[in-house]
Write a new protein. Structure first.
Length: 201
């Protein structure tokens, strides 16, 4: 039975997520490093080399089938952002809604990215409960930076997290949680979001 594009994407996704919730983001770092002309497009050789560098093995035939299907306009390249979005584990609107709600709460100045200054406004009390803050080992700023870096692009943290990075990270988390209600509850507890009933009042 020939492999479908969906099944090839699923295999790639599963291999990415073996490295944890940041697996898809980690692969995106490899692609960005190879995009030396900043074209934000991936040619066939780049796709093959990046997957090999990331430790993902796929036969030449499978890889060519995947690439040809993703190269919709037959330009010899595939859109980097669209490819990464396809690799992101699928989520229903209940999950994307609560992830966006959490991001909106953290993005205090509404500039589309979460930074230390945002977190100092809305996440300070959480930081002060961190064991390393309580023990005196870390300052509040170090706790907040650690939180940002855990969601930021692996291997290339820049001190801010975009909505796309936040969504990619929690798509990885989402793939480990089967129940929508539990995922919603977890996000609301983590980010002090009102429950659905309170949000509508």
């Amino acid at each position: 039975m020939p492999e479908t594009v969906e099944s090839l994407i699923r295999v790639l996704r599963e291999q990415c997520l073996q490295g944890g919730c940041n697996g898809v983001k980690a692969l995106s770092v490899v692609f960005r490093a190879m995009d030396i002309d900043y074209s934000k497009r991936i040619v066939y050789d780049e796709l093959r080399d990046a997957l090999q560098r990331f430790g993902i093995q796929m036969s030449e035939n499978y890889l060519r089938t995947l690439f040809d299907a993703l190269d919709v306009n037959k330009s010899g390249g595939i859109d980097f952002k669209e490819f990464i979005m396809m690799l992101r584990p699928p989520m229903n609107h209940y999950r994307t809604d609560v992830i966006n709600e959490a991001f909106n709460r953290l993005d205090v100045n509404n500039n589309g990215a979460i930074c230390i200054e945002d977190l100092k406004v809305v996440y300070s009390s959480n930081a002060k409960r961190h064991p390393k803050y309580v023990s005196g080992e870390w300052t509040e700023e170090q706790v907040l930076r650690h939180f940002l870096d855990s969601i930021d692009t692996p291997g290339n943290p820049d001190g801010k997290v975009t909505r796309e990075e936040f969504m990619n990270y929690y798509a990885g988390v989402s793939s480990t949680v089967d129940d929508d209600s539990y995922f919603d509850l977890m996000m609301r507890a983590c980010y002090d979001l009102p429950n659905k009933g309170e949000a509508k009042k």
